[in-house]
Structures are given as structure tokens and as C-alpha cells.
Design a protein around this ligand. Structure first.
Ligand SMILES: [Zn+2]
Length: 358
């Protein structure tokens, strides 16, 4: 396909969407009629079907200011061939994931084909919004969770806006995934714990987080050794009667560390069940001591399976799980329906625990 043909396809897609205002990128059944219409309108005999599907999907999901660049068209078609064969069914899923940065390193540039594509991001958010609203209906009507807004609220405009904001946060966590915090020599990431929660902040970087009682988070050690220094109270200085804990058996390489704020104590642990934990009493203070690199997951689920369930980069199309199913189960739970145990491992539950609902 050359650029002229891509231009013709983009114009035809725009015309079609202009006539079909209800076209939805997240409704798989809407795609084949669009393809059929383009095939009928343009003479595209020399273009392979899967190439057409991918480029049409790019025109739906990418920036409108210019045509999809040839290198990205090529890259997407190759990925589609590798994972999905030549069918039309999965072109939208692949293109949404690709547009949100999977299989590439997006640049931070507004309205660029090489950045995150806004409509692709909106598609992810829309699928997650549906899942959030399904959770809300179940939590209000079936579980009747005390203090949780009632079903009528979630059907109101204000409720829908709130659910959309939640979906926006979860979609961002799903796509952005992690932030890396580098601590230089002797720099510290502090944890100040009281019964009202733990304030977590770094010496030299603009990083601050707060865990209320009941909330937890996971840090991943990407480089360096874990040295935890525990100080008796917040007026203590580094080195003052500190208890040092070192985890020597773990060299660098993606070691997770779990932080739990509980009612009367704070745990720093090696797994989600609290194994091998360091415990802080109220008003104790701990620090991770540099040099090290920590990856901070943006997802607040704090579970062992976060990296495989709540990150777009972990979605494996060859597993047979559709992108739609992957996104929905990330929000709600890996189970069918909404079950309390599964829900507690989902992104939405983690977000409610950490930041509340409104
Ligand atoms: Zn997670």
C-alpha cells in the first residue's frame, strides 16, 4: 500500500463514520460492514485483506491530522499476521493495543502517530467504563455494600461522570503501567507510619504517596539491593539506633516488595501474604536506602498477579483472550461474573481501597 492509497482509505473511513455516527470502535460487529463498504467504494485489488483491515482500524483509532505512516502500517500488519492470522475479527483489538503503545515505545508528543493515540486510548477507557459500571451495579444492588452509592446514583449523569473518571484512572494505569524511581547513593525512600496511614516519599525526587489503613501497594526492585532501615520514631536521623534489614539473596532483577498499611502496624513484605515481613509500629519510620531503582506500579491492586493481569504489555493475544475480556477482567476480577474474592484482586477494588470512590 502506498501513501496515496492510505489517503484514500482515510477519506473513505471518515466519510463512513460521518454517515454512521453510532459507529463504535469497541463493538466488534461494527467493523466488518465498514470494511465491506470500503472494499465496495475503492478499487483495492492489489492490497492484501489484512493490510486493509489494519489500515482501516488505524484510520479509526489514530490521529486525524495525517495518514498512518508507512513504517507503522508495516509494523502493525506484521504483528497482526504473527498473532492473529489473516481474519478480520481481531484487527480492532490489535490496533487499539498498538495505538496505546503495546509493541512499541510511544513518544510523548501530542497528536503524533508515534505517541499514544487518543481514540485508541478512549476505546480502552470505554471498555473499562463498562466494566466499572457493571461492578457498581453489583456492589449497589446485590452486595449492598454499606456506604457505597446506590444504583440510582450510577445511572445519573453525576454517577456516570464519576464512573468515567474512575475508568480514566484505570485505563491510564493499564497503559502507563510503571514509573521508575531512582535513588542515588545514600538517598532514601521514606515510609512514615502512624495509625492514620503511611506517608511515603523520596529524598530527592518529586514522589509522594499515602496509604490509608487497609491499602497496599507493590514496588519492584529493578536494580540494586534492598536495604531497609527502621528508625524508632520520626524525629530520628539515619543511623540513630536503626534496625537494618537487608535482603541479600535477591540480586537485582524485578523483585517485588509489598507494602501494607494495616490498622495497628505496617508491613514490608516479600509476598502478598506478608511472608518474611518487616513490621513497623505506629510512629516508626523506615527507609529504603539507595543506590537502587524501584519501579512503582501505578495500579493499586497490590496483588502478586498485577504484572500479568493489569498491564497492557502483558496481554498476550495468542492466549486466545480477547483484549475486551482482558480489560474487563482487569477491572472486575478474573472470574466470570463478580465474586467477592476475585473482585478484591481487581484494579477497581485496589483503587477504591487506596483513593475512595469520589
Ligand atoms: Zn494491579
Amino acid at each position: 500500500m502506498d501513501d496515496d492509497q492510505a489517503q484514500q482509505i482515510q477519506a473513505a473511513v471518515r466519510a463512513y463514520c460521518g454517515e454512521h455516527k453510532k459507529y463504535s470502535a469497541t463493538r466488534p460487529d461494527d467493523f466488518p460492514p465498514l470494511i465491506a463498504s470500503i472494499q465496495a467504494d475503492l478499487s483495492l485489488d492489489e492490497i492484501a485483506d489484512d493490510e486493509l483491515y489494519c489500515v482501516v482500524a488505524m484510520c479509526i483509532l489514530g490521529p486525524v491530522q495525517s495518514i498512518p505512516p508507512a513504517d507503522l502500517r508495516y509494523q502493525l500488519v506484521e504483528l497482526h499476521r504473527a498473532y492473529a492470522g489473516e481474519g478480520v475479527d481481531r484487527a480492532m483489538e490489535f490496533t487499539i493495543a498498538f495505538g496505546c503503545g503495546k509493541w512499541r515505545e510511544p513518544v510523548c508528543e501530542k497528536d503524533s502517530w508515534y505517541g499514544i493515540w487518543k481514540p485508541a486510548y478512549a476505546a480502552v477507557r470505554s471498555v473499562m467504563y463498562t466494566a466499572v459500571q457493571e461492578c457498581n451495579a453489583t456492589l449497589s444492588d446485590i452486595f449492598k455494600v454499606p456506604g457505597f452509592p446506590e444504583a440510582t446514583y450510577w445511572k445519573s449523569q453525576t454517577g456516570k461522570t464519576t464512573a468515567l473518571q474512575v475508568a480514566h484512572i484505570l485505563a491510564f494505569q493499564m497503559i502507563e503501567e510503571v514509573k521508575t524511581l531512582h535513588l542515588g547513593h545514600h538517598e532514601r525512600l521514606w515510609i512514615d507510619y502512624t495509625e492514620s496511614g503511611a506517608n511515603i516519599y523520596a529524598d530527592a525526587q518529586a514522589y509522594e504517596d499515602f496509604l490509608s489503613p487497609g491499602a497496599h501497594t507493590v514496588l519492584t526492585l529493578a536494580a540494586g539491593d534492598i536495604r531497609v532501615e527502621v528508625l524508632p520514631d520520626r524525629s530520628s536521623n539515619p543511623g540513630d539506633a536503626a534496625r537494618f534489614l537487608i535482603y541479600p539473596d535477591d540480586g537485582p532483577g524485578n523483585t517485588p516488595l509489598y507494602l501494607f498499611a494495616r490498622d495497628k502496624e505496617f508491613w514490608i513484605s516479600r509476598n502478598s501474604r506478608g511472608a518474611g515481613r518487616t513490621t513497623l509500629k505506629p510512629y516508626e519510620r523506615a527507609a529504603f536506602v539507595g543506590p537502587l531503582d524501584l519501579e512503582l506500579s501505578l495500579c493499586n491492586c497490590g496483588t502478586d498477579r498485577c504484572t500479568e493481569r493489569h498491564r497492557l504489555s502483558a496481554w498476550s493475544p495468542e492466549s486466545g483472550v480477547s483484549l475486551w475480556a482482558f480489560l474487563k477482567s482487569a477491572v472486575k476480577s478474573p472470574d466470570r461474573g463478580l465474586q467477592a474474592k476475585g473482585f478484591a484482586q481487581g484494579m477497581y477494588y485496589g483503587e477504591i481501597c487506596k483513593n475512595g470512590i469520589m
